[in-house]
Design a binder for this molecule. Structure first.
Ligand SMILES: C[S@@+](CC[C@H](N)C(=O)[O-])C[C@H]1O[C@@H](n2cnc3c(N)ncnc32)[C@H](O)[C@@H]1O
Length: 190
């Protein structure tokens, strides 16, 4: 294993899918899923196990190579593509788009808005948008998705959205750090 691969195994989530995806999603007969900044693809493989055809995008060639090799080995409906998420160009819309632990990479509000608008626009009507970010009472402005941005972007999109689940789950009693979990469904055009 190269040192870059070792880094991925040591510092990125590996096998277990996100526990909230597991809690909230159901099996489907078919559907297209996009796992944005998928890393090694723990959520991509889970989405495929639910019945989705999955595209996972990540800027790391190493992560995507590892993921594509696993997909081949396991004959899984997962396809990894090396790409910067800000440059991804859509040729289709998706039944579910997952953005798990990615917004803290983007410091500027303008970048976060651009990303939100792009993935909101490319969710199919009836489709789902799942977002998970680290949450901090003290540092929400610099570390995570800025409060209000998401709701505002949904409000300004061409569709109405039904919020299925929204929660800040704190890790300790001090309630300083935790996770923000968001799942919404895109409704018919306004
Ligand atoms: C903390 S990992 C999360 C991986 C995965 N979403 C999960 O929940 O397991 C963050 C991933 O974002 C990727 N990443 C960061 N900035 C990116 C960008 N601009 N475009 C594509 N991928 C990016 C990194 O390569 C890394 O794999």
């Amino acid at each position: 294993m190269s040192s870059d691969e070792e880094w991925y195994y040591a510092f990125c989530f590996v096998d277990e899918p996100d526990e909230d995806l597991v809690e909230f999603l159901e099996e489907v007969d078919n559907g297209k899923a996009l796992d944005v900044a998928c890393g090694l693809g723990r959520n991509s493989f889970y989405l495929a196990s639910l019945g989705y055809d999955v595209i996972g995008i990540d800027m790391s060639e190493i992560a995507i190579d590892i993921m594509n090799e696993k997909a081949k080995r396991e004959n899984s409906k997962v396809k990894g593509v090396v790409c910067d998420i800000q440059e991804y160009s859509f040729s289709e819309k998706f039944d579910i788009i997952v953005l798990s632990y990615i917004f803290h990479y983007f410091f500027y509000q303008i970048e976060q808005i651009g990303i939100l608008n792009k993935f909101i626009e490319n969710t199919k009507e009836g489709g789902l948008l799942f977002i998970k970010v680290p949450y901090s009472n003290e540092r929400i402005g610099s570390l995570s998705l800025r409060e209000g941005l998401l709701k505002n972007a949904l409000k300004e999109s061409n569709n109405k959205w039904e919020i299925i689940h929204e929660e800040v789950r704190f890790s300790g009693e001090e309630k300083k750090w935790g996770k923000y979990i968001f799942l919404a469904k895109k409704l018919e055009q306004k």
